[in-house]
Design a protein around this ligand. Structure first.
Ligand SMILES: [Zn+2]
Length: 305
């Protein structure tokens, strides 16, 4: 791919991918085990999932490294494999694109704990863990880094700093919002609203502001979040909502928003100027295929394809 991700975004909206976690479960990963270790032990299964997203039309793939920081991998006894696991993930995603080409976005999720004074981790430990992971992803050739499912500006800042220092060509900050109990608005668990998040991300060197996951953040809420981001910043915006709300059925978490339902929200997201559309928990290659159709139709009717 000759154009950088940021240059491509100037020309047209791009399609991201769908869930990795729920797809890994379908492929046999047991609850509580590390899906990231599969980059080394079952690369074929990770590749098969990402190939399905590419076949569905994804322009961008997130690496299978959500829990790929030293702090997260340490819980599974794999702290020494940080670099190998993250490098393998970039290579697998690149391979999934094959000759078609596409953008590999190195994924960094939350470190999974609390920092002092609320928790046991120091800021320096978390920053070091993000630095190590970001460097492994960039050195292996990731086109961008996304710091995702963030709820606090403190942790987000450490992730953005690490990605910048690693030399990422594009840095994406992505917040997880929850709809408030009265349904009137949404903010992160730590009380951050989209305007504040967008300003903060711009101040701290993000190239793209994003939202993903969250609670009650359906396609319409994602559209509202994109609108609010757009009022607070000129940066491109990325949205990856969940496939509806999780429901517990037979002791299994099930997301029940179908591709047919979710795809209704694609054109409204494009109307408010979203740059990258993907989907988070519970979404599948079928959702992404439906999104591809809707994006192409939208662009064709406007003479942009
Ligand atoms: Zn999610």
């Amino acid at each position: 791919m000759t154009k950088t991700l940021l240059d491509a975004l100037k020309e047209r909206p791009l399609l991201g991918d769908g869930a990795m976690g729920t797809q890994l479960m379908i492929a046999g990963l047991e609850q509580g085990n590390s899906g990231e270790v599969w980059n080394l032990t079952h690369p074929d299964r990770v590749l098969a999932i990402q190939r399905r997203y590419v076949e569905a039309g994804s322009d961008c793939l997130l690496t299978n490294t959500f829990g790929g920081s030293r702090i997260m991998l340490n819980r599974h006894g794999h702290a020494e494999d940080v670099t190998a696991i993250n490098a393998a993930a970039v290579i697998i995603a690149r391979e999934a694109f094959g000759n078609r080409g596409g953008y590999v976005i190195g994924d960094i999720g939350p470190f999974g704990g609390l920092m002092e004074p609320y928790g046991e981790f120091t800021e320096a430990q978390v920053l070091d863990a993000f630095r190590e992971q970001a460097k492994a992803l960039v050195d292996a050739g990731a086109d961008a880094i996304i710091i995702e499912t963030q709820t606090s500006l403190e942790e987000l800042r450490l992730g953005l700093t690490a990605a910048r220092e690693a030399g990422a060509a594009c840095v994406i900050g992505s917040m997880a919002y929850d709809v408030t109990l009265d349904g009137s608005t949404f903010r992160t668990m730590m009380g951050v609203d989209p305007e504040r998040a967008a300003e903060f991300m711009q101040e701290h060197g993000a190239d793209v502001v994003a939202l993903n996951c969250g609670t009650g953040m359906d396609m319409e809420r994602a559209r509202q979040a994109v609108e609010r981001y757009k009022r607070a910043t000129d940066l491109p915006v990325m949205a990856q909502p969940n496939a509806g709300l999780p429901k517990l059925i037979d002791m299994k978490v099930v997301y029940d928003e179908t591709p047919e339902q979710m795809v209704q929200g694609v054109a409204p997201l494009l109307d408010v100027g979203v740059g990258i559309i993907g989907a988070c928990c519970g979404s599948s290659p079928d959702h992404i295929r439906a999104f591809r159709g809707a994006i192409d139709q939208y662009l064709t009717t406007r003479g942009r394809l």
